[in-house]
Design a protein around this ligand. Structure first.
Ligand SMILES: [Zn+2]
Length: 356
């Protein structure tokens, strides 16, 4: 059965992040003392302290885009980091952590090999074209390894994720949008639906519906898609292969179609999303695919059971630091990084603390 408790019963965060200091600083974030709270978290968080046991930070990135790119304005703020920010973050990470390849760290853990006391792995979700255009050159310049979780049936196609289809739809005249029964409840009078903050809010509210329902609604609005992107959203197989062949990028599966692994997903679809994506990536890239990433962080018990049979490890969207002693390789915690909350050393390191 797919339940929210399963989704949230992930690894406990590190002992430090579970302390009352953590709660205190999270609350402080909502108040006028945000800047000093960030400063303290950045200077004194677990990423700055010694630990008795090895710890693993896994950073979650989605898109790397400069503000000048037309795709920037059509995306939710929580999805983007600018290239210059990304580069500065990698340079900071080098000073704070041993940067590792996630797969290699997991293999060392399994074989009881020595682990660095503070390790950090970089991950990218989905397989966005901008990862190839902007992130890959920076990974090469900085000689840093990363893991990219690809949606196998969308690589090399013009298919768009539903939030991006919605983003294009919301560029239309608000009067036309109000005609849509399914969308009207989420439109606020006087608020331009096309701005990025509105987009993020509407996406968040629509996430309660199953993927097939969202897909039906968006299909019914096809006549309003007048500003479809001409460029594919995701990279193609040659680009993904080049990244994998560079030795810097390990590829993992992020399902075939990015269906969320909820209880309402038919079991035969669930099985195909898990096993066919692995097969396709292995055939296209000529290498073993052993890591998995849950779309939107959703998982149900049936998915979790099957993933443990097919993959060696899986990453969630649950925020936290993975500690060696309380370790669940199928529910690895990550820290989501996006521009607004990480575009200065203080903000970035306060994110790394997980206190804010
Ligand atoms: Zn995703």
């Amino acid at each position: 059965m797919c339940t929210f408790p399963v989704k949230h019963s992930v690894l406990p965060m590190s002992p430090m992040s579970a302390t009352s200091a953590s709660r205190t600083f999270r609350n402080a974030a909502k108040s006028v003392i945000r800047i000093p709270a960030e400063w303290f978290a950045a200077r004194c968080g677990p990423h700055r302290m010694g630990s008795q046991e090895p710890q693993l930070w896994i950073l979650m990135y989605h898109r790397i885009l400069p503000k000048t790119d037309p795709r920037y304005a059509l995306e939710e703020p929580g999805m983007i980091v600018e290239p210059e920010t990304f580069k500065l973050q990698l340079q900071q990470l080098k000073r704070l952590f041993t940067i590792v390849d996630l797969n290699e760290w997991l293999e060392a853990k399994t074989s009881n090999s020595e682990l660095p006391s503070r390790a950090c792995a970089i991950t990218f979700d989905d397989g966005w074209l901008d990862n190839y255009e902007y992130a890959f050159p920076i990974l090469k310049q900085e000689n840093i390894r990363a893991t990219l979780f690809a949606v196998s049936d969308m690589i090399g196609t013009n298919r768009q994720f539903w939030p991006n289809q919605l983003s294009h739809l919301l560029q239309n005249d608000p009067n036309d949008l109000m005609e849509m029964d399914w969308l009207r409840p989420y439109l606020i009078s006087g608020e331009p639906p096309s701005n990025r903050e509105s987009l993020a809010r509407i996406i968040n509210e629509l996430k309660h519906f199953p993927d097939n329902q969202l897909s039906d609604w968006l299909d019914s609005a096809q006549n309003l898609f007048t500003q479809q992107q001409t460029k594919p959203a995701l990279m193609n197989w040659e680009q993904l292969r080049e990244m994998a062949d560079s030795g810097l990028v390990t590829v993992g599966s992020h399902t075939c179609n990015h269906f969320r692994l909820r209880e309402d997903l038919p079991l035969e679809v669930l099985e195909a999303e898990l096993s066919e994506s692995k097969k396709k990536l292995e055939a296209e890239l000529s290498r073993e695919i052993s890591l998995f990433c849950y779309p939107n962080g959703d998982l149900c018990e049936a998915a979790l059971k099957r993933i443990t049979e097919i993959y060696k490890a899986a990453v969630t969207t649950q925020t936290g630091i993975n500690s060696s002693s309380e370790f669940n390789p199928y529910q690895l915690s990550r820290i989501g990084i996006h521009e607004d909350r990480s575009n200065s050393p203080r903000k970035f390191q306060s994110r790394l603390s997980t206190w804010l």
